[in-house]
Design a protein around this ligand. Structure first.
Ligand code: HEC
Length: 249
C-alpha cells in the first residue's frame, strides 16, 4: 500500500484568516481558524491521495513542489553553486535552454548534499514572515472597502488573485493572451506562462512599475488595462476604489 507523508505549516495570514500549507507540495488551504484551515488542507490532500492510489499515480503527483522549495533549491545550487541536489528535466530542452542542457543543470547531484536538509527550515521561515501593513493615511479606507467588493465582484479579479493569498492555490500560471499581453518573457519559462502575482504588500514595491517588466507605471494603469481587456465597464469612481483596495493589501 503506497503511503504519503505531508508536513504542514499553519499560520495566520491576515487578522481574520489562517493558511495551511504543505512544505513539500504547492498545496494551500485557507480558513477562519487554524483548525479549519488545517482540516480543509487535509481533506483536499486525502481526496487527491485516494484518487492517485486508485489510478496508480505517485501520491500528490498532480501538485508541483512548493514554489519556495523550487526557487530556494534553484538559487542555492545553480546560482550560488552550493553543494546540493537540483532536479528539473525541463531544462534538458537544448533549443530553449542550450547552456543549461549542455551543463545538465537539471540533474545536479552532490556526493554530500548540504542544501536539501536546509530547505524545509528556510521555507518555514519565509512563510512566517509577516506581510507588511500599509501605513495609515496611505490610502482611502472607505474607497478601499468598496474596492474590495468590486475585486471579488464586478471586476472579477479574485478569480485569479484568490484571497487571502491573492494568487491561485495550485498551478497559478496564465498565457499572455489570457491577461492581454505578449508572450515574450513567458516563452522563456518552461511552461510558457506568467505567474499570477500575489498582491499582499503591493504598496512596498510601487516603484519601477507593475507586471513582470514594469510595463504599467501605476496601479491605475493596471486597472485601466484590465478594464479594457476584460470589458469590465468600470466607472472612474470604481477604478479609484479598486486602486485604493490594492494599496491597502
Ligand atoms: C486571468 C487571471 C487574472 C485576472 C482575472 C486578474 N489578474 Fe491580475 N495578474 C494576473 C497575472 C498572471 C499577473 C502577472 C502578470 C505579469 O507578471 O506580467 C497579474 C498581475 C497583477 C498585478 C501586478 C502585480 C505586481 O506585483 O506587479 C496587479 C496589481 C493585478 N494583477 C491586479 C489585478 C486586478 C485589480 C484584477 C481585476 C481587475 C486582476 N488583477 C485580474 C492574472 C490575473
Amino acid at each position: 500500500m503506497p503511503c504519503a507523508s505531508l508536513r504542514i505549516v499553519v499560520f495566520p495570514e491576515t487578522p481574520k484568516t489562517w493558511t495551511a500549507r504543505s512544505l513539500e507540495h504547492d498545496l494551500t488551504a485557507a480558513g477562519r481558524t487554524a483548525d479549519a484551515a488545517l482540516e480543509t488542507l487535509v481533506r483536499m490532500a486525502d481526496a487527491h491521495i485516494a484518487y492517485d492510489i486508485r489510478h496508480g499515480h505517485p501520491p500528490l503527483s498532480a501538485f508541483a513542489s512548493a514554489p519556495r522549495l523550487y526557487w530556494n533549491a534553484f538559487v542555492a545550487v545553480l546560482e550560488m553553486h552550493g553543494q546540493g541536489t537540483f532536479f528539473d528535466p525541463r531544462l534538458d530542452d537544448p533549443v530553449k535552454y542550450p547552456v543549461a542542457a549542455r551543463n545538465k543543470s537539471g540533474h545536479v547531484q552532490a556526493d554530500e548534499d548540504l542544501v536539501t536538509p536546509l530547505l524545509g527550515g528556510l521555507q518555514l521561515y519565509q512563510l512566517l514572515l509577516p506581510v507588511p501593513q500599509a501605513p495609515r493615511g496611505s490610502y482611502d479606507r472607505s474607497a478601499a472597502r468598496r474596492g474590495e467588493a468590486l475585486f471579488g465582484g464586478k471586476a472579477q479579479c479574485s478569480g485569479c488573485h484568490v484571497p487571502p493569498l491573492y494568487t491561485e492555490p495550485g498551478w497559478n500560471l496564465h498565457t499572455g493572451e489570457e491577461i492581454g499581453i505578449d508572450n515574450f518573457q513567458a516563452d522563456r519559462a518552461p511552461d510558457g506562462r506568467y505567474r499570477t502575482a500575489p498582491l499582499r504588500g503591493l504598496w512596498t514595491h510601487a516603484k519601477g512599475g507593475f507586471y513582470h517588466d514594469g510595463r504599467f507605471p501605476t496601479l491605475a494603469a493596471v486597472v485601466n488595462h484590465y478594464d479594457s481587456h476584460f470589458a469590465l465597464g468600470l466607472s472612474a469612481g470604481e477604478k479609484n476604489d479598486l486602486v485604493n483596495f490594492l494599496k491597502s493589501l
